[in-house]
Design a binder for this molecule. Structure first.
Ligand code: 1PR
Length: 554
């Protein structure tokens, strides 16, 4: 008897388990169809792809028992796919859902906006309460498919809508509620204090959950004021230092060793110790408390190691997921590997280990470059790349591609290479140092150590074709310089793809975040050194953005 959690073996369900523990609840995993009879309440934290979820449930004999449970009148809370599965069908798949809500789940229209819809957005209740806060709560969303709120087209679904959310020109159903059934498209387990409050309220009294966020009627009009906010992401580059400790380090144009003056009288240039800016879990916890919208942990020397043997990084993810209730992206070494004992590990297995440890997204660097090189050589996807296999199982929203471009300076008058259309003139950058220069952006692998014959535009368009859900756009030239984001680079990439773009590298002041969001349509800004060195706080950046009219989650 008691609270049960349904896991179909794909995606990060650990975060929900951690949230429940934090709220003081004990639970049991559903492992057998009979468990549905024993459960007195059930949470289904569906993460990943719709078809994978349904197929796993069917193959384990859990699909029909789940339908019977939902119809039994006992409390059900479905999250993301756990809500979508209540619907008749999904455009993501040919297999049907439970059909409790006789309407389809459809894909967002990407004509005017980036898809997937990733980030913090407002959930506005459909029915009103006379008193309540003026601000609807913001929760974390990550999905490409949704139940559209179109009462004429889908009257049944609208009857279930408890909250709706605006994304660009579309309004979708962000939560459903009827009788014993509650479902959210957003992830309460990843939505910081607001999400924990919602989960806690449902667990305490599922019938009363409707009353926990009363909103005055005046705020219910469709308003551009309540839409997707710009995300601020804190990034931790992790590696072992010379003493063998796992530390957060910080590069200066990717060089993470302290600068040391050469010995007088010698010509050698000695390298200093690896910069140590703190412990990964302690810093992750600090940034969560400070209001970071997401965290990113990159294992920056993973190309030397077999990641499944790299237990410290998995342990870091596990420990971070216990104290951080916003999304975690893990990068470095997401690729096919062979353990020293000869055991082959596919990139999908490696990613799976990180998802089970508590990661929400994986970030792929070098392997994405090689995959696009193969795509270009073969003319079509072969289905075997890490991007494709992980996106197929976990959904494309779980796959980030981390791009490490470096400027290649050219004379535009004499340049006769293939990247004419991608040449940037430094006269428009606003930086004195760029004046009179011109360049294109070349892709690199192995943390910038090796340049490849691929431009940044070719790479991002290639990974979008393969199924990546988001671009993490670094800049080797700006990394650690504090000169500001490379606006020309971000604009070039935003023009080239439909998926969201996280701008990274170069933040040195709050004004740089304002410049980024005022001059580009990037969905998020990632920074490292400025936060590690406490030059500016996350809340200071967000308050500055709000004052300048850029919406963020405060
Ligand atoms: O190739 O799939 O194993 O992934 C390796 C990952 O490690 C890639 O995401 C790559 O960007 C990252 N990486 C490898 N070497 C380094 C290095 O610094 N020597 N770090 C490295 C990349 C860039 C950002 C940094 C921003 C913001 N670091 O992570 O946080 O530039 O910094 P700033 O705000 O201080 O300017 P694979």
């Amino acid at each position: 008897m008691g609270l049960y959690l349904l896991d179909y073996g794909a995606g990060n369900v650990q975060s929900l388990a951690n949230s429940l523990k934090k709220l003081g609840y004990h639970f049991t995993w559903v492992s057998h169809p009979d468990d549905f009879l024993k459960a007195t309440s059930l949470v289904f934290p569906g993460v990943g792809a719709f078809e994978t979820a349904v197929n796993h449930l069917v193959s384990r004999g859990l699909f029909e028992p789940l339908r019977q449970y939902v119809q039994s009148g006992k409390p059900y809370f479905g999250i993301c796919i756990g809500m979508q599965i209540l619907f008749q069908s999904s455009a993501e798949s040919t297999v049907p859902g439970l059909g409790v809500i006789p309407s389809p789940v459809e894909r967002f229209d990407d004509k005017e906006k980036a898809v997937p819809h990733i980030g913090w957005n407002a959930a506005r209740p459909v029915s009103t309460q006379p008193d309540g806060p003026a601000q609807p709560p913001y929760y974390y969303f990550v999905h490409s498919y949704c139940a559209k709120h179109q009462p004429e087209r889908h009257p049944e679904a609208s009857g279930w809508a408890y909250t709706t959310t605006q994304y660009g020109d579309e309004t979708f159903i962000s939560s459903v509620r009827q009788g014993n059934i509650f479902g959210t498209q957003f992830h309460p387990e990843k939505s910081g204090p607001a999400g924990l409050a919602l989960l806690g309220a449902w667990l305490a009294n599922y019938r009363e959950v409707a009353l926990i966020h009363p909103i005055p009627a005046s705020t219910l009009v469709s308003s551009p004021e309540f839409t997707l906010t710009k995300r601020i992401i804190a990034c931790m580059d992790v590696r072992t230092n010379d003493e063998g400790d796992l530390v957060v380090t910080k590069g200066d144009q990717y060089d993470v060793r302290e600068k040391v003056d050469p010995d007088p009288g010698t010509t050698t240039n000695p390298s200093g110790a690896v910069r140590n800016l703190g412990k990964p879990v302690a810093l992750a916890s600090r940034y969560y408390e400070a209001g970071a919208d997401e965290l990113c942990l990159l294992n920056i020397t993973s190309f030397r190691l077999s990641p499944l043997q790299d237990q410290p990084m998995l342990a870091v993810v596990r420990a971070a997921a216990e104290c951080v209730f916003v999304p975690l992206t893990i990068g470095g070494g997401i690729k096919d590997t062979t353990d020293p004992d000869g055991t082959k590990r596919s990139a999908l297995e490696v990613a799976g280990a990180y998802f089970r440890a508590g990661a929400d997204k994986v970030s792929i660097g070098s392997e994405a470059v090689y995959a696009v090189e193969r795509l270009r050589a073969q003319g079509k996807p072969d289905g075997a790349s890490a991007i494709e296999t992980i996106a197929h199982t976990y959904g494309r929203q779980a796959v980030v591609v981390s791009v490490d471009p470096r400027r290649v300076y050219v004379d535009p008058k004499s340049y006769d290479g293939p990247y004419h259309d991608e040449i940037i003139s430094g006269d428009t950058s606003g930086l004195e140092n760029d004046k009179g220069k011109a360049w294109w952006y070349q892709c690199t692998v192995s943390g910038g150590r090796e340049a490849r014959q691929l431009s940044v535009v070719q790479l991002v368009q290639g990974v979008e074709t393969l199924g990546a859900g988001e671009i993490l756009l670094n800049s080797i030239d700006r990394d650690g310089t504090g000169l500001g984001f490379d606006i020309a680079l971000v604009s070039l990439v935003k023009r080239s793809v439909k998926i969201p773009v996280v701008a990274s590298s170069g933040a040195g002041a709050s004004q740089h975040f304002v410049d980024l969001f005022k001059n580009t349509s990037a969905e998020a800004a990632l920074a490292a050194g400025i936060f590690h060195r406490e030059l500016v706080g996350i809340s200071e950046v967000k308050e500055r953005l709000m004052r300048e009219g850029v919406r963020t989650r405060i």
